[in-house]
Design a protein around this ligand. Structure first.
Ligand code: LMR
Length: 400
């Protein structure tokens, strides 16, 4: 009965890993998916995660019962504290509803479905470009997707004027997707002053901000600094949505741990929101998984584990920053034509190299280096040993 199907294309990001896995070359390098690797090129399980896991599996009082529809209560409370700040007035006033979801993607999808059902304006503006999955998530949730200018290829920076113009002419009430920090795929973030102007524009036009926070702590190594944009929108007393992921900052990729928070104007509204979020979640996946959320809650509530986590997190962020410098130096020492300073200026996990799809496919074919066709490379997949190979490949691609 399914013989009529046409073959669907591989996912533009996860499909890169599928192709990488099929390549037998010993020098192959996967810079496609945003997943942290050690200097030895191996996936990293944080020490603090191992400790928390150990505590959990050796605690006889724990069981494997279903979680409530909204997830683990401690996890939700601590997640809100992490992103909004322990002293957030919205937390103190009980104006935030937080529900545990399946990592960042699941949080975006639950938020999108909730908005499609209950919000008066179904238009969502996404930055151009944005993480490839955003468009599909929000379209399938029932929202109508539009874009706002974000990246200027000529300057390899923010098209701030374009952004202000596009959001300025968006229909009142439109939803605006904002990357909280470490914009994916460009690595270009607004400055604090620009954030302030964006905030004023969004509030003056009664637009509804929806933050995607997938890299808190990963951008600068500082959890508070990376939450600055979100917190400034809470400080003004307005409403917003925020999706959090623990994939990158705790290395819990496959555990699928994340949270959706909705900040309302009053505690009464927040409780109505929660009741309706349950109706979105229950028919979708009933209730979320227990293990990953228990790991996160164990770390966030124990002062020693929390401190240890921040040190490991800073270690990952610093290693990525040092990869930026090494790649930049390697291209300079080869005399590779072009201004590569954006490699050191970009924020977070990725560099948007400016390489075109044809150059990307040359690098994959000739050098076994895998990256997304838009020229994005995951700096977290690089190591001191592989930088020269990547620099050789980029040099060859731009000089052929
Ligand atoms: C990425 O952009 O590479 C990550 O967010 C992984 C994913 O799911 O696409």
């Amino acid at each position: 009965v399914f013989a009529h199907l046409v073959r669907a294309p591989e996912d533009p990001i996860l499909g890169v890993t599928v192709a990488f896995n099929k390549d037998p070359s010993p020098v192959k390098l996967n810079l496609g998916v945003g997943a942290y690797r050690t200097e030895e090129g191996k996936p990293l399980v944080l020490n603090v995660v191992r400790k928390a896991q150990h505590q959990i599996v050796n605690d006889p009082s724990r069981n494997k019962e279903y979680l409530p529809i909204v997830g683990l209560a401690d996890f939700n409370k601590l997640s809100a504290k992490l992103i909004f700040g322990a002293d957030s007035p919205a937390i103190q006033e009980n104006r935030i509803t937080t529900v545990q979801c399946l990592s960042g993607t699941g949080s975006l999808r639950v938020g999108g479905e909730f908005l499609a059902k209950h919000y008066h304006q179904r238009i969502i503006y996404l930055p151009k470009p944005t993480w490839g999955n955003h468009t599909k998530v929000f379209t399938l949730a029932g929202l109508s997707v539009k874009t706002y200018r974000y990246y200027a290829p000529a300057t390899r920076g923010l098209d701030f004027q374009g952004l202000l113009e596009d959001l300025g002419s968006a229909p009142s009430g439109s939803i605006v997707l904002l990357h909280a920090c470490a914009h994916n795929p460009t690595g270009v973030d607004p400055t604090p002053e620009q954030w302030e102007q964006i905030r004023q524009l969004i509030r003056s036009k009664a637009l509804l901000p929806f933050f995607d926070s997938a890299y808190q702590g990963f951008a600068s190594g500082n959890l508070d600094a990376d939450a600055h944009s979100v917190r400034s929108f809470v400080a003004d007393g307005g409403e917003l949505l925020a999706a959090q992921s623990y994939a990158k900052n705790m290395g819990l990729y496959g555990e699928r741990v994340g949270a959706l928070s909705i900040v309302s104007k009053s505690a009464d509204v927040a409780s109505l929101v929660e009741s309706q979020l349950k109706l979105v979640i229950r028919p979708m996946y009933s209730n979320p998984p227990l293990h990953g959320a228990s790991i996160v809650a164990t770390i966030l509530k124990d002062r020693d584990l929390y401190n240890e986590w921040t040190i490991e997190l800073k270690g990952m962020a610093d290693r990525i920053i040092s990869m930026r410098q090494q790649l930049f130096d390697a291209l300079r020492s080869r005399g590779t034509p072009g201004d590569w300073s954006h490699i050191i200026k970009s924020i977070g996990m990725f560099t948007f190299t400016g390489l075109n799809p044809e150059q990307v496919s040359f690098m994959t074919k000739e050098y076994h280096i895998y990256l997304t066709s838009d020229g994005r490379i995951s700096m977290a997949g690089l190591s001191s040993k592989t930088v020269p190979h990547l620099a050789d490949a980029i040099h060859a691609a731009v000089t052929r």
